[in-house]
Design a protein around this ligand. Structure first.
Ligand code: G3I
Length: 462
């Protein structure tokens, strides 16, 4: 878990603005004011969300507040890498699916958190490095984003990849050591897997203009200039007893880059300023048309990872705190007509912008195996997802051959081993996906530079 000193670092960023927040007036709600956080936010085209632990969904005090006040949820832990892929290639979606079902049943949108993060990596990934880890990372992004395709409003594709302190650079981690392009590779894989989800970079101690947030800013500007698919930046906003005076200006400079901004994990240390700081954060979001919404990191004080900080909007008995009124008033006082599209929790899954599968012979039902490819392409690159289907005899193993056009190279492969990276490349099963029963399917994928348009995979069973 992140050390408390990170929070203290946030506190040290405070400037004179902290003095002004105490003077901010709560505006009287208008006649049409929302009487809950979700109604007030929705009236202004925003969402108001909470981090949820599935273990608490059977606690009625908790669920009553959750359903009444929030129209967006995020899994506090259930969609993280250790939860969703506890063993390599074996995926577990029970907790994440439960969050999604709860959202769908209660008119909420879902933020996905988090596809790649150096913390809460499963044990098997912690011991990996180099190209094996890169493949595993990209496979994880692809599989998880595909599983939840059409159900997630915004994914935290990469979480907390920048270092604290004054360097403005990346944090060291085994993910970072696979190469500086790991973040853009992850965003491209996520876009290919779920073209309808907004793709966010999410971090803490980026809640004002400082070296770390400027490092993130420079990355986002670079991504936008090169067409790397990034749509949003998440500002966690785990705050101490003060708030940086340039909190809103910082949001605005990111919004000016052409990305949506979201407050993703808001909680504030208890004390005299708590209600004012919650209000300031809410007003700052409302003042930025591209600020899509706010998520608080838990429901009641005793649900919070911050323990005795009492950092949330409801006390442990479920009573509204002064901070609640401060947020509600700020939502009701905020301008409407943001440029963001409010998340629609009930949309049907969007059609991915993949090319139609291109099956090869023999068709399922014959002997051997067949393969089909779905491509997601952009200028200069692509992600290919290949479906392998066993024929009537099943397979003990399989090899899929693909002949790539000149100038096209494979840069990463997941759930298969590649014989090379250009020309005719043979992809062979890995240990856990070679044995397929009659008619059974598995998927592997590869990512590359250049174009793979029109490639025709051929499958051979062993
Ligand atoms: O589920 C196990 C349980 O079986 C076991 O007995 C127990 C023993 O320690 O651990 C339980 O797992 C804990 C898990 O929360 C669920 O409660 C982990 O140890 C604990 O590390 C984990 O903490 C989470 C933390 O991320 C992990 O770093 C917090 O709940 C969660 O609020 C926190 O959230 C993060 C965001 O994802 C990213 N930004 C910072 C934020 C706060 O640290």
């Amino acid at each position: 878990m992140r050390p408390k000193r990170a929070l203290l670092a946030t506190a040290t960023l405070a400037v004179a603005g902290a003095l002004t927040v105490g003077m901010t007036l709560a505006m009287a709600p208008s006649a049409s004011a929302g009487t809950t956080l979700r109604a007030a936010a929705a009236e202004k085209g925003r969402y108001f969300g909470a981090a949820v632990a599935t273990g608490k969904l059977s606690t009625s005090t908790y669920t009553t507040i959750l359903n009444r006040e929030f129209n967006s949820i995020v899994a506090e832990n259930e969609m993280k890498w250790d939860a969703t892929e506890p063993q390599q290639g074996r995926f577990s979606y029970t907790g994440g699916d439960r969050i999604v079902s709860h959202a769908q049943a209660n008119g909420m949108s879902v933020r996905g958190h988090a596809l790649l993060w150096h913390q809460q990596e499963p044990g098997w990934a912690q011991g990996m490095s180099g190209s094996a880890l890169r493949s595993a990372m990209i496979n994880h992004v692809t599989q998880v984003a595909t599983h939840f395709r059409g159900k997630i409003y915004a994914w935290d594709v990469v979480n907390e990849a920048f270092a604290d302190g004054g360097s403005g650079g990346r944090r060291d981690s085994n993910l970072q050591r696979t190469g500086n392009d790991w973040i853009e590779a992850a965003f491209r894989a996520a876009r290919a897997a779920d073209p309808g989800a907004k793709l966010c970079y999410n971090d803490y101690n980026t809640d004002g203009v400082n070296a770390k947030s400027t490092g993130v800013y420079n990355m986002v500007r670079d991504f936008k200039s090169r067409g790397v698919p990034i749509d949003c930046v998440g500002f966690q906003s785990h705050l101490g007893t003060t708030i940086p005076g340039d909190y809103q200006a910082n949001l605005k400079r990111f919004a000016d880059l052409g990305v949506e901004v979201q407050i993703t994990e808001l909680d504030v240390m208890t004390g005299g300023n708590q209600a004012n700081i919650f209000g300031t954060v809410t007003r700052s979001c409302m003042a930025i048309p591209q600020c899509a919404g706010i998520t608080v990191w838990g429901v009641r004080d005793c649900d919070s990872w911050r323990g005795s900080d009492n950092a949330l909007l409801f006390d442990c008995n479920g009573n509204k705190k002064p901070a609640y009124d401060s947020v509600l008033n700020a939502l009701n006082a905020g301008p409407g007509n943001p440029t963001t599209t409010p998340p629609n929790p009930t949309t049907t899954p969007p059609n991915p912008t993949t090319t139609p599968p291109n099956p090869t012979t023999p068709p399922p039902g014959g002997a051997g195996c067949s393969a089909s490819v779905s491509l997601n392409s952009w200028t200069g690159g692509f992600v290919a997802t290949v479906k392998v289907t066993a024929g009537s005899s099943g397979t003990r193993g399989w090899t899929v051959s693909v002949t790539l056009p000149g100038g096209t190279s494979v840069t990463g492969t997941w759930s298969a081993t590649a014989s090379g990276n250009s020309g005719t490349v043979r992809f062979t099963n890995v240990d856990y996906n070679g044995a397929l029963g009659a008619g059974q399917s598995t998927e592997f994928g590869f990512q590359g530079t250049g174009s793979a348009a029109g490639v025709t995979p051929t499958c051979t069973a062993s």
